[in-house]
Design a protein around this ligand. Structure first.
Ligand SMILES: NC(=O)c1ccc[n+]([C@@H]2O[C@H](COP(=O)([O-])OP(=O)(O)OC[C@H]3O[C@@H](n4cnc5c(N)ncnc54)[C@H](OP(=O)(O)O)[C@@H]3O)[C@@H](O)[C@H]2O)c1
Length: 290
């Protein structure tokens, strides 16, 4: 059991952000008579995707946003999906669009990514938004890496000039997180090392990190002897192990060594959905030149 008070409570951070967003959106509604509106497209009935969409719906309810779910059958054609996307792109009352992945194999995901209009691309799905982030001039920040960034900010963890080691280079988490932490702006300006499955001696690199972020998808990969004393450890991983959700970090081993650590569940996850709400409100405000 962790006896130190070094656990970062993602749920509490998410609740605080939720209250702030609700206030902001109430004020927006009072002045513009518009609620931020998020549309989610889901193909088929994959239980994990359905669960995730339900979580988004609940988060929308918490912050009093409009939520619209568009369900297509798993066998829907790419043309059907593109048709729906074009409709939502052109619908003035829709501010944010998400296409739930993974998509069925007969759909070209790249084409779908490129079709979500960049001004409503609240999940940073479109390569234009990833490109803007890579150029250091982002419109939207992708939700999961932004959740990590937000946690570091809210916990007053100094990032500027620090060595952050990110384990994982996916285009959803690891790579965009590295780009965010490299931004020339307050709370960023880090020196970033990114590791992946071909990295030699990951432990030597993670031991050099002032902050270590694990986004791998391998249960308990990051062990106590891979972390330097006093480092901050952020665990993005969500893995099922014996019917339980566990992270990429061996919490029992690492928590006595880290100065701060996020648990799984209850760390990055709850904050991620709030970042989606933040982007949706931002998109709504921009659309109405608020
Ligand atoms: N909490 C949240 O809100 C949230 C959101 C999204 C994802 N997640 C979780 O975060 C984790 C990562 O997700 P993802 O989408 O980034 O996964 P992903 O696309 O599978 O990418 C995993 C990354 O980890 C690297 N990797 C795999 N095995 C490794 C090993 N043994 N040593 C070092 N690197 C290794 C891979 O390297 P290569 O590139 O060389 O293959 C890849 O870069 C998953 O557990 C996922 O469920 C959580």
């Amino acid at each position: 059991m962790n006896k130190m008070n070094n656990i970062i409570e993602g749920k509490i951070i998410a609740d605080t952000i939720g209250k702030e967003l609700q206030l902001e959106s109430t004020q927006f509604f009072q002045e513009m008579y518009v609620k931020p509106s998020l549309s989610v497209i889901i193909l088929g009935e994959d239980p994990a995707s359905l669960f995730y969409v339900r979580m988004i719906e609940r988060t929308c309810q918490k912050v009093d946003f409009d939520f619209r779910k568009h369900t297509l059958p798993e066998v829907a054609s790419e043309a059907d999906l593109l048709h729906l996307l074009h409709q939502l792109n052109g619908d003035e009352s829709v501010h944010g669009i998400i296409v739930q992945t993974p998509l069925p194999k007969h759909i070209n995901e790249d084409r779908i990514r490129e079709t979500v209009i960049s001004s409503k691309d609240v999940d940073c799905f479109n390569p234009i938004n990833m490109g803007k982030l890579a150029m250091g001039n982002p419109d939207f920040l992708p939700c999961t890496p932004n959740a990590v960034f937000e946690i570091l900010k809210r916990e007053n963890i100094e990032v500027e000039g620090k060595h952050v080691v990110v384990v994982g280079r996916s285009s959803v988490v690891g790579k965009p997180l590295a780009l965010i932490l490299l931004l020339k702006q307050p709370h960023a300006n880090a020196s970033v090392t990114v590791c992946h499955s071909r990295t030699k001696d990951i432990a030597a690199l993670t031991r050099a990190g002032d902050i270590v972020v694990a986004a791998v998808g391998v249960a308990r990969l990051i062990k106590g002897d891979m972390i330097k004393k006093g480092a901050v450890v952020i665990d993005v991983g969500t893995n099922e192990e014996g019917g339980k959700l566990v992270g990429d970090v061996d919490f029992e081993e690492v928590s006595p060594i880290a100065s701060k650590i996020t648990p799984v569940p209850g760390g990055v996850g709850p904050v991620t959905n709030m970042m989606l709400m933040k982007n949706t409100l931002q998109a709504a405000k921009k659309r109405l030149s608020y």
